[in-house]
Ligand binder design. Structure first.
Ligand code: ARG
Length: 366
């Protein structure tokens, strides 16, 4: 039989995956060889093979474990997988996504979930896509004078939503609609049911006036635009969530100049001297903003982790992996927290940024 290079390539990826996955799951050599024969036959017939639910679940966990930018990987084995490979319409995708948001949010006691939609591999390919960067995120509206209301990171996606017919309320915290497509079909948008979007208004434990800033953030980060690759199969729609580390919100989303840029306002509220860099007003404001984030999530019963605890958890992950004789790959510039980096062990360490399969990848944004 003639083996095409596509088949050859897929077979190699599939074989490596099945061997490692089944090894980790403690399966027998006979189980492995039976499954490899099955997969090979399927690939020769259809240029594709279908993961069993068990392979999908463990493959997704492995992809999290291999995510070099993630400091939260200690919990990789606690990922729950929603198998939505039957979803054939954007309506069915939206249904599965509401389920995901609700189960993961869990009233604030956040649980890590991933929903896996049909794979793009095989022919004809109709890759499903979620065009949002995160399932829940705030809109950003740029006005003519160059200022932005809302999240500047969302400006171009917000424009797309408006072109599709969505209308925002022009507040700094409008939740964007979900935008989905399958294959070359039109993009369809869906308002996210209001009762699904848990948010946290921010206050500070000892600065009462902090509340007046009117800051808030959503409870759960659901990254929704990455491609999940398992054993050579590409899942183009596989939204996943963990819970927030406080600095993502307090030291980046609300602090970055090209995001909500709140440090000057926080400094003013604290009565700091913003005329001199050397007063360290930015650093002082940054710390209190981060105190407010951690305090508020905790007060509202929403899971969050501070960067010191997260770094300790990452150290445990590194130890576990060493004990399992697996190399820990990582990207230092992402793992190191943006606040007080040198107080964590990560700052003082070196990581190899190797790409290991299964893996999450960026994909084209339009
Ligand atoms: N950094 C992104 C944000 O601030 C979220 C990325 C995923 N974060 C996570 N804790 N799982 O929205």
């Amino acid at each position: 039989m003639n083996v095409t290079s596509i088949q050859q390539d897929l077979l190699e990826h599939a074989t490596a995956f099945i061997r490692q996955c089944y090894g980790e799951l403690g399966k027998s050599a006979q189980d492995i060889s039976l499954r490899l024969h099955e997969v090979e036959a399927e690939i020769m017939q259809q240029d594709h093979y279908k993961h069993t639910p068990e392979e999908l679940a463990h493959g997704a966990k492995m992809a999290w474990r291999n995510s070099n930018r993630c400091i939260g990987r200690l919990f990789w084995d606690n990922l729950s997988v929603i198998d939505a490979r039957h979803a054939g319409t954007t309506d069915e995708m939206a249904e599965a996504i509401w389920q995901h948001i609700s189960s993961a949010t869990n009233g604030g006691k956040i649980r890590p979930f991933i929903t896996v939609f049909p794979a793009s591999t095989g022919f004809p390919a109709h890759p499903p896509r979620i065009w949002n960067h995160q399932l829940i995120r705030y809109a950003g509206y740029e006005s003519d004078d160059g200022t932005t209301v809302g999240d500047p990171a969302s400006v171009s996606f917000t424009r797309l939503c408006q072109e599709l017919g969505w209308q925002g309320a022009d507040t700094p915290h409008d939740i964007l609609p979900l935008v989905l497509s399958i294959g070359n079909s039109e993009k369809k948008w869906y308002n996210i049911p209001k009762e699904l979007t848990l948010e946290v208004p921010l206050s500070h434990p000892d600065i009462p006036a902090f509340e007046e800033l009117g800051l808030r953030w959503y409870a759960v980060p659901f990254v929704s635009d990455m491609l999940l690759e398992i054993g050579g199969i590409h899942y183009t729609a596989a939204p996943f969530n963990g819970w927030y580390m406080g600095t993502e919100i307090g030291a980046r989303n609300l602090a970055d100049k090209d995001r909500y840029n709140m440090l000057p306002d926080v400094a003013r509220l604290m009565g700091l001297d913003t005329s001199s860099n050397a007063s360290l007003w930015k650093d002082k404001a940054l710390v209190e903003l981060n105190v407010a984030v951690l305090h508020s999530y905790k007060a509202h019963g929403v899971t969050i982790v501070d960067h010191h605890t997260a770094a300790q958890q990452f150290m445990r992950f590194e130890r576990n992996e060493r004990e399992s004789r697996r190399e820990v790959t990582g990207r230092w510039s992402w793992l190191v927290p943006p606040l007080s980096p040198a107080t964590t062990h990560i700052f003082h360490q070196h990581y190899e940024d190797h790409i290991v399969s299964p893996q999450f990848f960026y994909q084209n944004k339009s």
